[in-house]
Design a protein around this ligand. Structure first.
Ligand SMILES: [Zn+2]
Length: 101
């Protein structure tokens, strides 16, 4: 018996994001270079990029890193308040978020 890879659905074998588990078409997933069997959706890739940037900013503080930290704090505040889920305001905030560092 072989172990089922975590990213495949046992019934449909549909590609899944290894981070959030969402089903996506293979062309909607970002694959790792040395491990192409591992893939994440665009939203999780964006999240990973932000986490990597935060880690780099913590290790090498810069003025730009401080600015990104302020943006991150504002994003966290908005999410904690649930404003990103409020109708038109939520749509606007999510659209703005796509363009923030
Ligand atoms: Zn995902």
């Amino acid at each position: 018996m072989t172990a089922q890879p975590a990213h495949e659905d046992a019934t449909t074998s549909a590609p899944r994001c290894w981070c959030c588990g969402a089903e996506r078409r293979d062309d909607e997933l970002v694959h790792l270079g040395n491990h192409p069997e591992v893939a994440v959706c665009v939203g999780c890739a964006r999240w990973l990029h932000r986490r990597a940037t935060q880690l780099e900013d913590a290790q090498h503080p810069t003025i730009a890193g401080r600015w990104r930290s302020v943006v991150h704090s504002a994003r966290t505040y908005v999410i904690d308040k649930g404003w990103h889920q409020r109708g038109v305001l939520g749509v606007l905030l999510r659209r703005i978020d796509r363009h923030l560092p």
